[in-house]
Design a protein. Structure first.
Lengths: 159, 656
């Protein structure tokens, strides 16, 4: 049973790397994609440019259209806008240097906590000692008669 | 009247200080008369706060512009409904609402527990009144809602048009009820460790308070999401705004606490961990209020003010010192004997779920404060918005979904292979079938949504099987009909089956959230008579109408929504121009079904031509249904039964 538990844990750990899968479809590498990578300069609550309806957003869209018309690709358009307005217009931190910690820390914290938990459970298990034949049993409070009855009913159903 | 309101606040503060001292004095020397006095002083504080709140409501209703708060948030032409809701539109009123709710909950909790947890009552009164003292201090010295103006204006500035929405009337109070509600389990936890209580009575005594706070926090978040969806007019309901995040964090830690205390109740374990969870949750509620009301981080909630931030920081530091100090002093007392039999057990699945929930809360906190950290380290301001949070939170949400399904299937203590096979086989088969169907049927092969829908199928199956097994077992043993057996099953096992219903509500939320991966959007400028096709819908623009009333000028576009050539709705998106605040807002038009929403935003117009943004948002309605289902499940789980009362009586007798 032990190896199964460990396999399960390994799978859980692998799941945390799902971050590298795209969250939504990147249908067209054009205006929409650029707008979704930027926030509006109006500053209303980090509103994604794609969703923002203010006059500043219209101005930014016009700039992007102009840059695309000049033949610039996605990355070049974003670079020009970052030079113009600063890194603050990027909807998410660039994945480099110190900013990498933004992406890594949450998963690192979960993995470390998960690892600690596994070692704690192993220790608790060792401390408790395993009594055979207790599997499938629910620890029932003696003051919960209905619960006992329900479990008995469920057990008789299973049998 | 203004003096009366101020006197009420001052008297409330005097009685608060008196209550704290007398409750603490009553402990030394077992002076019960002092405890009675402290208890009464708490009720008196509650009475004074009610009176002060009543005064503020009257000032708002009467448009008494001598009061600065009334002049800042209302106007004489505002409907009475919104005049009264301006109570929590600004910082000062919100602080008074905090105090009102806190004293109301404290009074009720003390009244309920004056017999049951008599030994804890002095500490409970002291802790709860100490929290109230902070809010009264702010209300009297820093942010007084009754501050009068030397020269009252003839007209008030009016309520921000964005707040003139029924959702906004219920969303803030609901969130505050959730925030404040967690003060009660926090106070109990602290009182229990100060009093060196080793038992789990404080958990049993606060289970309903915790669930009550949690469900209101859930509803508050969902009402906020609904408000954002219909009022902010950007097409979505959750923007990962710092203030939204601030309300989500205590919800995540509170959810972890709700599950983790079950292990303490069952096995007497994790006492320290549960203390840490409730302290963190309480701290995050204060942090949430601070973030909402301090305006320290740029947010869509820009209608809040600054000026009280430093006081909140000091208060939070004091809470940390007090609670962590208490915890460290009683660390030996809280150490419990471990009783874990296997990694594959319900206990450990609850703990892994705890790790994910706390990890999620940390991820939200980290993303929220990262712009400040990055600026401090690199000196460059950056944005951490929805794009970042979606990348981080989607995988975490998927793992959590898996654990929601797995947890209830694994037996307590240790799962056997037979147990796993029996419980997992049908849900797993259904999940695989769903995966294959989705892979071939979905318009775009996106991995996360497919994975999410597969896990949703898995969890729904596990819940349905639980209900099926319970109902069948009941029918077998009692011979009753299906419906009777089903409802009796829920009624007799409120806590267990209420919990499953809450999980079902959570699954509905997941359905709604997953649907957003398939949103479609078109932006178009149309002349009357022109049409736009999106998915299987056709939108025909008919006319534009201008209307002026005493508050605003409204421009309304009338559109016919056709589905496969047949008219199914008339949509009227609007743009409003408010004269007083010189603000313009968008009123979106939504055609909602269980399958999808057609969402029309009126962007601009030029003569008769209109610029529209049209979205087809799948499965949004499931979010709102999920909220109601979670409410129903929680009410069932909270509902007292005769068994509870009997057990309480036995406990008193034993204690007596």
């Amino acid at each position: 049973m032990m190896w199964r538990a460990e396999t399960l844990l390994r799978v859980a750990a692998c799941l945390s790397f799902l971050i590298w899968l795209p969250v939504s479809a990147q249908a067209q590498a054009d205006m929409d994609t650029i707008e979704q990578s930027l926030v509006c300069i109006c500053g209303c609550g980090n509103m994604i440019l794609f969703n923002c309806m203010c006059a500043d957003a219209d101005q930014m869209r016009a700039e992007i259209r102009g840059l695309i018309a000049e033949g610039k690709d996605e990355k070049e358009v974003i670079r020009v806008l970052v030079d113009r307005y600063g890194e603050i217009i990027l909807a998410a931190p660039v994945r480099e240097g110190f900013n990498l910690t933004a992406y890594v820390m949450p998963f690192l914290a979960i993995l470390v906590a998960g690892g600690l938990l596994v070692s704690f459970i192993r220790r608790w298990k060792r401390d408790a000692g395993i009594e055979p034949g207790r599997a499938d049993q629910e620890t029932l409070s003696s003051d919960d008669p209905y619960r006992q009855k329900l479990e008995e009913e469920l057990k008789s159903y299973r049998d | 009247m203004i003096q009366l309101a101020n006197v009420c606040l001052i008297l409330a503060m005097i009685f608060t200080i008196y209550g704290i001292f007398t409750s603490l004095l009553s402990v030394s020397g077992q002076r019960d008369y002092l405890l009675v006095s402290a208890e009464r002083s708490l009720y008196a504080v509650f009475g004074y706060i009610i009176l002060a709140s009543f005064c503020l409501t009257l000032f708002l209703a009467a448009s008494d512009f001598r009061i600065e708060y009334v002049a800042s948030y209302t106007s004489s032409t505002l409907p009475l409904f919104y005049k009264v809701s301006a109570f929590w539109a600004g910082q000062k009123g919100s602080l008074l609402l905090w105090s009102l709710l806190l004293t109301a909950f404290s009074s009720l909790a003390i009244y309920q527990n004056r017999r049951r947890n008599h030994d804890l009552v002095p500490y409970l009164i002291a802790i709860l009144l100490a929290v109230n003292l902070f809010f009264l201090f702010l209300l009297i010295f820093i942010s007084n809602p009754f501050e009068s103006l030397p020269r009252p204006p003839r007209e008030g500035m009016g309520l921000n048009p964005l707040l003139q929405n029924p959702g906004m009337v219920f969303h803030p109070p609901s969130l505050y009820i959730g925030f404040v509600g967690f003060s009660i389990p926090f106070a109990f936890a602290m009182a229990a460790i100060i009093k060196r209580r080793r038992d789990n009575d404080w958990i049993r005594s606060t289970r309903r308070w915790t669930l009550f706070a949690w469900v209101f926090l859930t509803l508050g978040n969902l009402l906020g999401a609904q408000w954002a969806y219909v009022e902010l007019g950007w097409g979505g309901y959750w923007a990962w705004d710092p203030v939204e995040n601030a309300a989500l964090m205590p919800w995540l830690t509170g959810t972890a606490f709700l599950h983790s205390v079950m292990i303490q109740e069952k096995k007497g374990m994790l006492k320290i961990w549960n203390m840490i969870l409730i302290i963190t949750t309480f701290l995050l509620t204060i942090f949430g209020t601070f973030l909402t009301r301090s305006g320290i981080i740029s947010s869509v909630h820009a209608f809040t003010q600054t000026g009280i931030g430093s006081y909140f920081v000091i208060f939070m530091i004091l809470i940390v010192i007090f609670s962590v100090g208490c915890l460290f002093r009683r660390l030996d007392l809280l150490k419990s004997k471990s009783q874990f039999d296997s990694i594959l057990s319900r206990e450990s699945s609850f703990l892994f779920q705890n790790v994910i929930l706390i990890g999620a809360a940390f991820a939200v906190l980290w993303g929220t404060i990262f712009p400040m950290i990055s600026e401090a380290v690199r000196g460059t301001p950056i944005t951490v918005g929805a794009l970042f949070f979606n990348q981080i939170m989607v995988p975490i949400g998927i793992i959590l979904l898996l654990l929601i399904g797995v947890g209830p299937l694994i037996a307590w203590r240790k799962a056997s292979l037979g147990n796993l096979k029996k419980n997992f086989l049908i849900p797993l088969l259904a999940t695989l079938v769903a995966g294959v169907v989705l892979y071939f049927k979905l318009p775009e092969r996106q991995y996360y949504p497919i994975l999410s829908f597969m896990l949703i199928t898995f969890v729904v199956m596990t819940i349905l099987i639980e209900f099926y097994r319970g109902t069948t077992a009941r029918r077998k043993s009692t011979g009753s009909g299906v419906f009777q057996a089903f409802f009796t099953l829920i009624w007799k096992g409120k806590r267990r089956y209420g919990g499953y219903i809450v999980h079902l509500g959570v699954i509905f939320l997941y359905i709604g959230i997953t649907g957003s991966a398939f949103n479609l959007e078109r932006e178009v400028t149309m002349e009357p008579g022109e049409t736009l096709s999106i998915k299987n819908y056709t939108l025909r623009y008919d006319s534009l109408k201008n209307q002026t009333d005493e508050h605003k000028t409204s421009v309304t576009a009338t559109l016919q929504l056709l589905n496969d050539g047949e008219s199914i709705a008339v949509l009227k998106p609007q743009r409003n121009f408010y004269r007083q605040s010189e603000q313009s807002t968008t009123e979106v038009a939504i055609y909602s079904t269980l399958l999808e929403d057609v969402y029309v935003i009126f962007a601009t117009f030029d003569h008769d031509a209109v610029n529209l943004k049209v979205l087809v948002n799948p499965l949004v309605m499931w979010l709102w249904i999920g909220g109601w289902v979670m409410l129903i499940g929680t009410v069932i789980a909270i509902w007292p039964d005769r068994g509870d009362r009997r057990r309480e009586e036995v406990r008193y007798d034993v204690a007596g």
